[in-house]
Design a binder for this molecule. Sequence first.
Ligand SMILES: [Zn+2]
Length: 471
Amino acid sequence: MNIDLLIKNGHVVDPLNKVNKIADVALAEGKVLQVAEDLDPTNAKEVIDASGLMVTPGIVDPHVHVVPEGAGGLSFHMLLRKGVTTTLDMAGPIGMFLDEAKNYGCGINAGCLQSLAPKRDLKGEDASAAEIGEAIDKALAAGAFGIKIMGGHFPFTPETTGRIIEEADKRGAYIAFHAGSTVNGSNINAVEEALELAGNHPLHLAHANAYCRGQVEDVLMENKRLLEGLKKKPNVISESYLSVMNGTGALINKETGRAASGVTRMWLERKGYTTDKAGMAKAIKDGWCCIYGPVGSEMLYLSPEEGFKYWESKDTDVWCSFPVNSPVTMVNCATARRDDGSFVVNALCTDGGFIPRNVILENGLRLAQMRYMELEDVIAKATYCGARMVGLTNKGHLTPGADGDVAIFHSCGKVQYTIISGQVRMAAGICFDGPGRVFTSKQGQAAVQNNGLDCIVPDLAQSDYLKGHAR
Ligand SMILES: [Zn+2]
């Protein structure tokens, strides 16, 4: 077969196939054709010289946010520049997500979990199984891959949370949970509650590292409880990220006069700020609450003065970060293993997208350089493991016949090329626009196709979501 794209002389790391050497990667008809040394470039239509660069399967980020703040291409472009070829949006809204994927997806394989919130998708904090079922059906029919419970930000009662998990499972819908309820805030107690509520149902616990910030007891003790809890629950899968910045909302609720998000209120209070508009304004000006906004074609953290102006200009309706994640927790979540050698936390993620913390490669490679992890394990958790979570079995590895998704980057993590289905979609920071591909539920297929988008329905039976943990 003729080679469409030949990547020569890169340091190829493909953990599934135990490749870690200087080699060539040949792509043809959108798939991987061959990984071998000294492939003949004569018949290749296009050749990339990857000497001095690393070549791996495309980065799979199983927790990002691409809308609403990053709409207009910002999020997808930011992800492409970080080597991301497959990603899962963890909030939606699904309609906006599909528009964004259609106009700016750049070939990225993306799925969307529609968030459920009280007083928006359900009448209140408590809801019947029938009302919940209807809301889930509506989200799936609109094209969602599954559902996200936003407990830590916008909580339901524990009973209703449990009911949502059950109703999602009945429908075979993927469900993720930012732990938290009307009883527990976004903390380690909420994780233990979430593990209880999951019962034997499959569940994706979002950003495992983010519940160990010393709210309940010492950070290390919280981290121990997290990892031990997850070890006991093979039906609960999770990801963790490698940034000190959290992600939350800076919106002031007009009715209550306070920060709308429970997470935001907590971090204001813990540094002695009031949770009203004046307290929030002071936290922004002091640099404790970090506002980010569009600069050129990316979202970037703004200076306190610029951040304050942007927040006011948007009538407070912007996202923000507090620097509250423990580096020790990040390392522990990235490296912890079960007795059988599998990772306790399945994959690396960023919880980024438009939140400017897409640091899987930069910080993941640092973990390898500092010998916290083997390079192969970092790449496995940045590629194959995330693909396994969502059942995309043809991604995250360079087996002949696998999807031709490849990241080419410097050893510092700076990405030079992002290749999706055999096509260069980003080169030296320049992104090539076009529609994305959307992975969704069986129920969501029609809506995705009606939007004119290519559609993939992953086989969840093959995923870690249903099968527990795999190495
Ligand atoms: Zn998130």
